[in-house]
Design a protein. Structure first.
Length: 377
């Protein structure tokens, strides 16, 4: 189920969710644990990122020498081009700079570059950051920012939620390695799932499906419960919690190569902690797929070699050496796995059944949630 704040973001046109430094650090650490030199000698582009608000530039600027970066580039949106409008006042950082321009400050994006020791203190950090106005408003689809994409080796950011499909397509078009934050439901998107199936992208190592806290612009609509949850995690004020967020990445990390520890089908039916499994005679079999329904990742049987339908959250634990992803129920029969189509003469909920997997429950056919169709290797 989509997080309420994502719905509110769409309604209020609030695309600004500021990622916490800690969340960036622990995810990057997972890549560095797998390959300590993954960023060495590389150029990183952080689009949709303003160092005055965002922690992405702050993190990579603080780690510039340690990571052995070649160059760090950040670009920000012009205030007038942002979907969520708030009163804009240039910061002292911008106003005190000799290049400050009253005519450009609201309508032009900015570019921030870090690549040399400008201060002469023998190290490269955020004090050496240089900036200029872009000729455009900072939209990643502009020729100006696309040229920066082509220069970069990695693209890392928290893109606008409303533009996630376009942003990911823009990255893939450029053939760049990346790590970006999105809504876990994006797994089911027609633009995203084929990339996951083909092992071109995968989920990151941290934060997947758990609470991630984000800063929000002052005055942005935030669900009171999510604000309270953020406060209990130590973030009081203009913060919210999004419980359905995750990292999408093409950067290797070791956690995705750790095989799941599984019980046999007989042991699951006898001992599973899930009442939907424990005590049943057998796993449910789809009426429209030659596959069994496995509603929980930890209930995947170790000794079943056929096709299984599993929750999209399975990708958090997915090991490509252990399982093969065959398709997804949400994409019709695109993968050639469906065995039956329903019509109005079959059942009144035929359209819903055709969209998803169908199982028998108390004498009626019902639709499951979106399911990945997998098979054990």
């Amino acid at each position: 189920m989509a997080n309420s704040n994502l719905k509110e973001a769409k309604a209020a046109k609030n695309d600004e969710f500021y990622t916490q430094f800690h969340d960036i650090e622990v995810e990057m650490n997972a890549y560095l644990e797998y390959d300590p030199n993954v960023f060495r000698g590389k150029t990183i582009l952080l689009p949709c990122d303003d160092p005055e608000w965002s922690n992405f530039t702050r993190y990579f600027a603080a780690k510039f020498d340690e990571l052995g970066l070649k160059k760090l580039i950040s670009t920000s949106y012009a205030p007038d081009s942002k979907r969520y409008k708030i009163p804009y006042q240039p910061s002292l950082f911008e106003q005190d700079a000799p290049q400050f321009d009253k005519t450009k400050t609201s309508v032009n994006g900015k570019i921030f570059i870090l690549e040399k020791d400008k201060s002469g203190d023998g190290r490269i950090n955020i004090d050496d950051l240089e900036w200029e106005y872009l000729n455009c408003d900072g939209d990643f689809r502009s020729k100006e920012v696309t040229k920066l994409r082509d220069e970069a080796d990695f693209i890392i950011t928290n893109p606008p939620f409303s533009l996630f499909r376009e942003f990911l397509a823009w990255i893939i078009e450029g053939g760049k390695r990346f790590a970006v934050i999105g809504n876990m439901n994006a797994i089911t998107y027609k633009e995203v799932f084929p990339l996951i199936k083909n092992n071109q992208i995968w989920l990151g190592a941290t934060g997947n499906g758990n609470d991630m806290v984000f800063g929000v612009p002052e005055g942005a609509k935030v669900d009171d419960k999510d604000r309270q949850k953020a406060a209990r995690l130590g973030y009081v004020g203009n913060y919210t919690r999004l419980g359905n967020s995750c990292w999408f990445t093409s950067i290797e990390h070791g956690r995705r190569h750790q095989p799941l520890s599984l019980m046999s089908m007989a042991d699951n039916l006898r001992y599973s902690k899930h009442k939907e499994i424990r005590g049943k005679i057998a796993y449910a079999h789809y009426d429209n797929y030659d596959a069994i329904e496995v509603p929980f990742t930890d209930a995947i049987p170790s000794d079943y070699d056929g096709v299984m339908g599993v929750p999209i959250s399975f990708l958090i634990k997915y090991c490509p050496e252990q399982f093969e992803i065959l398709g997804i129920t949400d994409r019709g029969n695109e993968w050639g796995l469906k065995t039956k189509e329903y019509t109005p003469s079959n059942t009144p909920n035929w359209a819903d059944l055709n969209r998803r997997g169908a199982i028998w429950y108390n004498g009626s056919l019902i639709s499951t949630y979106a399911r990945l169709l997998i098979r054990k290797l």
